[in-house]
Each structure stands twice: as C-alpha cells, then as structure tokens.
Design a protein around this ligand. Structure first.
Ligand SMILES: Cc1cc2nc3c(=O)[nH]c(=O)nc-3n(C[C@H](O)[C@H](O)[C@H](O)COP(=O)(O)OP(=O)(O)OC[C@H]3O[C@@H](n4cnc5c(N)ncnc54)[C@H](O)[C@@H]3O)c2cc1C
Length: 496
C-alpha cells in the first residue's frame, strides 16, 4: 500500500494531523508504537481541558449547547481574551515562547476546539478545580472552562472513531525508527511493526510522537541529575524517538531542552502512568493547604498564583527535597474543596484528630520542626482578609521566610490530613523547530521537504513553566496545521 502521508504517533496531535491530512484528500497511515489497549499516548491520560479564547456564555454555548437554566443562573463564565492568552504565555515562559508559534496557537485555539467537536468530541463545564462553588456561585478563572466528556480517553476514542470513519489506516505495535530520505526530501519511514522491520513509503511524514519524558537516560542527560528518579505521569512510549529521527536528518533542536512539565504526584504511584487511574495520582489542591518536606520545612509558596500557573513547575522543587518527597497538609475547613483525585483508593495519606498525631504518622518527617512550622504558619495567617478560592484573594501570611501569598487558611480544625507526594514528570519542553506551517526546519532555518511535526516533540512553546490545559491545545492546533500542510504537499504537482 502506498500512502500520501504517514503520521507517527497516535495521541491528540497525531490524530488531529491524520484527520486533517485526510480532509485534504490524502491517503493516511498512522503508526502507533503502543498496543491497542494503551493507544493514545499522554493525551489519553489527560483531564481533557483545552485552553482557548472565549467570551462569556454565548461562546460557551457553542461547546456545551445543553446548559441547564440553573447552570446559567449560578455561574459566572468569565472570558479569556487573545491578549490574556498572550500575556499568560509570555509571563509563564519568561517571554521565551516563539512569538510566531504563539500567534498560531492563540488565534487558532477556539476554531480548532470547534473542529475537534465536529469530529465527535463532546464537552461539559469543568466545575471543581476551574470554578469552585463559593457563596452559592461558580466563577471560572482558568482560561479552560470546558472539558471533554470522558477526559483524555474520551478525546482519543472519539478521534479514533473519526479516523475510522475517514478511512485512515492505523497500525499498532508499530515503532517508527528512522526517516527515509530521497531526491524529494522525506519519502517515508522505517519502522518495526509487530517485531518485523519494514520500509513504508509516503510523500510526506508528520512526526507527532511525544517528548522524551519516559526515557530515564535522556532525562538525566538533558534535565539533569535526579530526574532519573522522577515518576512518569503518562505513557511509557514517549522516549524521544521522533526527536532523534528528525535530528538524524538535520532538524534543528529548539526550545527548553533542560525544562519539563512536572508536578506533585502520589509518592507511591507506579513508575509509569496507569491508564485505568489516568490523572488520579495528581495532587494539585496544594493551594488550599501547606506543603512541607521531610525536614519539616515549607519550601514553596503554595498560593503564589492559581494552580494552573504553578503546578507544572512545582514538581521540580519536590524532586530537590530530601527523599524526593513532600507532604501536603490540610484541615477539615477545605476538605470539601479538594479535587476528586484526593479521594481515589490508591492514595498515600495519613489523618488524625490532632496536629501532633498527624505529624507522628508522617513517616520520615522531622517532627519537632514540622510542629514549629505549622504553629508559625498559623500565627502568620492574615485573618482580616476573606478567603475566596475563585480568585487570587490576597489572604496571605505575614513575615514568613517562605510566604503563602493567597488562600492562606489556618490549619486548626480537625480532622487533619497529609498526602505524601513526589515529582511526576508530564512531558519535556525541548524538541525540534517548526515553522508556523508546522514544517520541520534544519539548522539553517530551511524547511526539510516533506517533514512536519506537532505536539510535545516541538520545541519553542514552553519554557520553565506551563499554563494549564495548553498541551492539548498546542497538539491540536499544530497537529491540524501539520496534517493540512502535509496533505497539500503530498498532492502538489510532481516536480514542484
Ligand atoms: C496525567 C496527565 C494529565 C494531563 N492533563 C492535561 C490536560 O488536562 N490538558 C492538557 O492540555 N494537557 C494535559 N497533559 C499534557 C498532554 O498530555 C500533552 O501535552 C499532550 O497530550 C501531548 O500530545 P502529543 O500528541 O504530542 O503526545 P502523546 O499524546 O503523548 O502522543 C504521542 C504518541 O506517540 C507514540 N509514539 C512514541 N514513540 C513512537 C514511535 N517511535 N513510533 C510510533 N509511535 C510512537 C505514543 O505511543 C503516543 O501514541 C497531561 C498529561 C498527563 C501525563
């Protein structure tokens, strides 16, 4: 079988590429390294939120047409403008983000989520961590108010169904190994499919096969010492193959190769993600409590910003603590606000009716220091400022070496609970350079004919940190662009 376009990978970026290449009339083959049951890469592990531009209720209705009267009456949907999106991307990446890629990401966001909806993905409102119920009302505050039904699994299943409808071929246990170069540029892929080495010819190739977060050796090499000890939140199959394949044909390495998205993750989670638990090992409600290390000391500002702007950088700080361990401590005043991931059966926690008993149960913690830390923290909380979980409320601590800048509540109402966490790596930030048309470029900025890339394996988008729900959006926007341009390229008149 001859294909016009081969897409390497089968996550959100790859499937968007495959669907959009087929829309151009291309005959498309998807190569998925994972077996069928584990298909979908990190995308299948996600909560399913896309960060996009929207303006209030009327725009939300385009994604969730069946809102109830009660939802409309009790919710402030807010808005997220293009300028807020640019500001967040700039601020969070310390103004390193490639401005040309940022333009495409922001301006194609809403339209791409609509396109994904047309492919069969359904959306609901993301109540809970994106809008708490406070004084009878919800207020969205994250830039990602809707979430796919079924989370990441729901997105992937719907995209695979669409691929089937559109006649796209998919091969599982198909690991791409290298690119075939010919007179016209990239002309196919060498792959091992179910153990058999094969050469597959195509007029264009889209690489969308993830970063190198699941490669312990590359993690240590590029992110630095200690990263070998991080747990992988998602798929085990993203080991940097696509990046290596592209570098081997001269692609330009780009972006923050020493950076990664990493967050607070259950201490006893398995080495790689478990698709049946999905994102359940995440522990992102730290804004509502305090975090201490085994020395009994706080070491980060839990309330520096809303969770979406801090969680992806705090994993690195946890990795630097003794035993790569930390404890999140809450009292009963905020228990009902903790994310549902705190209520899964596979959780590492201790609880008690007094702080002393709680600390007594926290194995490995310096007990005297932990007690002092909590007492000093409680004394420093500014009780004159009202608590509001739906915005940066300015309820802070005063005169602590490590401040808590918002949502500072005293820890004094039993029962008390502490969750043990470590560093879970999500994905790596470094990759290859692409043009706004998703063409991979070489070290002299020239597009490599026939080669496109999208998703995690592209560098230049995220540096140091990450605004929540941008990974899926990035993969979808550039996957769609890559597929469209690969499809057009494959159908170009011969010789042009
Ligand atoms: C637990 C968790 C929760 C997350 N929650 C969110 C969220 O709510 N919102 C958000 O925006 N982002 C979220 N993310 C980040 C998000 O998953 C990624 O940014 C995004 O899904 C990456 O998409 P991708 O298509 O580039 O990569 P992936 O989805 O990882 O797909 C890569 C694909 O390539 C395949 N592959 C790898 N090597 C080869 C090879 N040699 N040959 C063939 N195939 C290969 C893999 O098997 C996989 O199918 C989360 C991530 C995790 C792990």
């Amino acid at each position: 079988m001859n294909y016009d376009v081969i897409v390497v990978g089968a996550g959100n970026a790859a499937l968007c590429a495959a669907l959009s290449a087929q829309e151009q009339g291309a005959k498309v083959l998807v190569l998925e390294r994972a077996p069928y049951e584990q298909r979908g890469g990190n995308s299948a592990f996600t909560g399913g939120g896309y960060r996009m531009i929207y303006h209030g209720l009327e725009d939300i209705k385009k994604f969730v047409p069946d809102l109830t009267e009660e939802q409309i009456a009790t919710t402030d949907f807010g808005e997220y403008s293009a300028s807020q999106y640019f500001d967040d991307l700039g601020r969070i990446t310390q103004y390193r983000i490639d401005p040309d890629l940022a333009e495409v990401l922001v301006h194609r966001s809403t339209d791409t989520v609509q396109w994904i909806r047309q492919k069969g993905v359904r959306f609901v409102l993301k109540y809970g961590s994106a809008a708490y119920k406070h004084e009878g009302r919800y207020k969205f505050f994250t830039g990602a108010p809707v979430i796919a039904v079924g989370g990441g699994r729901g997105i992937i299943d719907a995209q695979f169904k669409a691929a089937e409808r559109q006649g796209i071929d998919v091969r599982y246990k198909a690991r791409a190994r290298s690119l075939i170069c010919g007179r016209n540029g990239i002309e196919g892929v060498r792959a091992t499919i179910e153990g058999q080495a094969q050469e597959l010819r195509a007029r264009a190739v889209v690489l969308a096969c993830g970063g190198f977060e699941a490669n312990r050796e590359w993690r240590t090499r590029y992110l630095g010492p200690g990263w070998d000890l991080a747990k992988v939140r998602g798929t085990r199959y993203n080991t940097g193959d696509g990046i290596q394949m592209a570098l081997d044909v001269g692609a330009q390495p780009y972006g923050n190769w020493s950076g990664a998205h990493a967050c607070e993750w259950d201490l006893n989670a398995p080495e790689f993600g478990d698709i049946n638990i999905g994102d359940g090992y995440s522990k992102h409600s730290y804004t509502l409590g305090i975090v201490i290390n085994n020395n009994g000391l706080r070491f980060l500002d839990e309330g520096a910003d809303i969770k979406n702007y801090t969680y992806a950088k705090y994993g690195r700080l946890i990795l630097e603590q003794p035993g790569q361990t930390a404890w999140q401590i809450f009292d009963s005043k905020v228990a009902q606000l903790l994310h549902s991931s705190y209520r899964i059966r596979q959780v590492t926690k201790v609880s008690a009716d007094s702080i002393e008993d709680l600390i007594g149960k926290m194995e490995g913690v310096n007990k005297a220091q932990a007690l002092t830390t909590i007492r000093e923290y409680n004394a420093a909380v500014r009780k004159d400022v009202p608590f509001n979980p739906n915005e940066k409320d300015g309820r802070s601590t005063s005169k602590l070496a490590v401040p808590k800048s918002n949502w500072a509540g005293t820890i004094n109402t039993p029962p008390f609970v502490a969750y043990a966490v470590t560093c879970g790596i999500t994905f790596t930030f470094g990759g290859v350079k692409i043009t706004p048309a998703a063409q991979v470029v070489d070290t002299e900025e020239q597009p490599i004919p026939g080669l496109y890339a999208a998703g995690e394996m592209v560098g230049g988008i995220f540096y140091f940190n990450y605004p929540g729900s941008t990974g899926l959006m990035n993969g979808a926007v550039f996957g769609r662009v890559a597929g469209q341009n690969a499809g057009r390229y494959a159908h170009r008149p011969q010789g042009s």
